[in-house]
Design a protein around this ligand. Structure first.
Ligand code: ADP
Ligand code: MG
Length: 255
């Protein structure tokens, strides 16, 4: 059996009095796509920061493809591409430089970097903007660049933290298409989103997170069945205690 892409055991992260991640266990098998869904403040980004070495968990174990992400972080980091929720571009670089420097950190030779950048600029419709400074880009273009950057070193695991929040329909669909393709080619995906349709379309499995804990996980159909509802959306509303918002009720009231 290959090592899972992500293994979390008893991961806690506290910020003073606040417990952001509360003793969480999770396995993401290699080659799968997992959707992490939960309300704002549930602990999704904190969990991702711990998994990618941007934050140190208070306690617990984190493995990336079997490598201890805390002790042997180099190996773990090579395997991961992250598109963070908050755009973290260097505003003084051009689009092309942003991709090139990032790949440089991963020790990719110059020629290969150039070719890979060309490929991703093209895939994310950024070619015309290649020599523009990142600060001059629109919000959607910045998001495209962050996604392309995450992919420069061909990570085996791609982590996308709310990649489609506030983006236009074209980018959302383009991204779905691209994520599906690289997932089919073997890349493992961890995705957080507020769009249930997105999770439904892209993910093999979905985990609901609330107050720093995984409260349910399975396929979209498993989760609907578990919450005694007919759709993933109703299961989600049950999780956050807002079942009265169900579209089924809206329909019933109107009838
Ligand atoms: P999500 O991504 O699910 O919206 P977050 O992981 O951003 O949730 O936040 C989880 C909790 O941790 C929230 O209560 C948030 O306010 C808190 N939190 C996150 N980062 C910090 C930080 N750097 N310092 C203090 N509290 C934080
Ligand atoms: Mg977040």
């Amino acid at each position: 059996m290959p090592s899972p892409a992500i293994t979390l055991r008893g991961v806690h992260k506290r910020f003073g009095e606040i417990t952001a991640v509360a003793g969480l266990d999770l396995d993401v098998p290699a080659g799968t796509c997992l959707g992490l869904l939960g309300p704002n403040g549930a602990g999704k980004s904190t969990l991702i920061h711990c998994t990618t070495g941007l934050a140190q968990p208070t306690s617990g174990e984190i493995r990336i493809f079997g490598h201890d992400a805390l002790g042997d972080y180099r190996q773990a980091r090579l395997a991961v591409g992250l598109s963070p929720q908050e755009l973290d571009l260097d505003w003084f670089l051009t689009v092309r430089e942003s991709l090139d420097y990032h790949a440089g950190y991963f020790g990719i030779p110059k020629k290969e970097r150039r070719e890979r950048a060309k490929e991703l600029l093209d895939a994310f419709s950024l070619t015309e903007k290649a020599d523009d400074r990142t600060r001059t880009l629109s919000g959607g273009m910045k998001r495209r660049l962050v996604l392309a950057r995450a992919l420069m070193h061909r990570p085996k695991l791609l982590i996308l933290d709310e990649p489609t929040a506030g983006v236009d329909v074209e980018l959302r669909l383009e991204l779905w298409h691209y994520v599906k393709q690289i997932n089919e080619e073997g890349t493992t995906i961890l995705l957080t989103t507020h769009y249930l349709e997105e999770a439904d379309q892209l993910c093999d499995r979905i985990a609901f997170i609330n107050q720093g804990e995984i409260v349910a996980s399975g396929t979209s159909a498993d989760l609907a069945a578990k919450f005694g509802s007919s759709s993933l959306e109703d299961a989600y509303l049950a999780l956050v205690g807002r079942s009265e918002l169900s579209r089924a009720h809206v329909g019933a009231d109107a009838a």
